[in-house]
Structures are given as C-alpha cells and as structure tokens.
Design a protein around this ligand. Structure first.
Ligand SMILES: [Zn+2]
Length: 135
C-alpha cells in the first residue's frame, strides 16, 4: 500500500521523539490518562503529528472517560484508514493516517456512547497535534 507521504525509517526516527515514534510508527499505545489531549475541550483541528494531515475536529471529540482522546467521527472519512488488527489476541480495527500510514489508535463500535455514530475513535494524544481555533 502506497501512501502520499512515505519516508525512510531513519527519517521518521529523526523527526519524531521516541514516544511519538513508538506510537506512530510501531503502533504502541500511550498509557491511559497520560496523554496531553485526553480531557482537552479546546476548539480546533487535530492533525497527524507525523505528516500534518487534518484528522479530527474538536466538534466530534467527546468525554469517553476511557483515558484517551475519543472522537465519534473523523474530520473526513478519507482522512483515516481502517485496518483489521488481530494483535494481542483480539480483533480490533486499527486507525491509521491515510496520508502517511502512521498508527493513530483504534476504533470501537456499539459501546452505547450517546454520540451520533456510536463509534469511538480511541486515539493516542501523542499521535495528534491540536491547532486551536482562532479567536
Ligand atoms: Zn499522517
């Protein structure tokens, strides 16, 4: 699968700090309740920390109390790529940035959150960068 943004591994290592690299490029998960955006309510757009693509907006962020920033819908459907993930003895749906293929988190469905989609995009803070809205 080819992405619009592809870089050699050494370049990702040079551009990302170790925590960012572990999540974005090695699909690690940051510890729950530690990420800088877990409870953030600031209005703005969340972009991919690896390539800068716009991924989610504050309008679809909700308080899931799960320990990670949670969104009920991506900014654009095409902004993220969903991939079946059978690691760790579970079947989950991995969420990746569609532009650079970096790991963002997982999406869960049918958990009963009172959101329009009944989906929870459970995204690592370290995979995102928030650009606060003007004014
Ligand atoms: Zn990206």
């Amino acid at each position: 699968m080819a992405y619009d943004v592809e870089k050699p591994d050494e370049q990702w290592r040079a551009e990302l700090n170790p925590a960012e690299y572990a999540v974005l490029r090695e699909a690690a998960t940051e510890p729950a309740f530690t990420g800088e955006y877990t409870d953030t309510k600031t209005e703005g757009v969340y972009s991919c920390r690896a390539c800068g693509a716009d991924l989610f907006t504050s309008e679809t962020k909700f308080a899931s109390h799960c320990g990670w920033p949670s969104f009920f819908d991506p900014k654009d459907t095409d902004a993220v790529e969903l991939i079946e993930d059978r690691s760790h003895g579970m079947v989950r749906t991995e969420v990746r940035c569609a532009r650079c293929g970096s790991h963002l988190g997982h999406v869960f469905e049918g958990e009963g959150y009172p959101t329009p989609t009944d989906q929870r995009y459970c995204i690592n803070s370290v995979a995102l960068r928030l650009a606060p809205a003007e004014g």
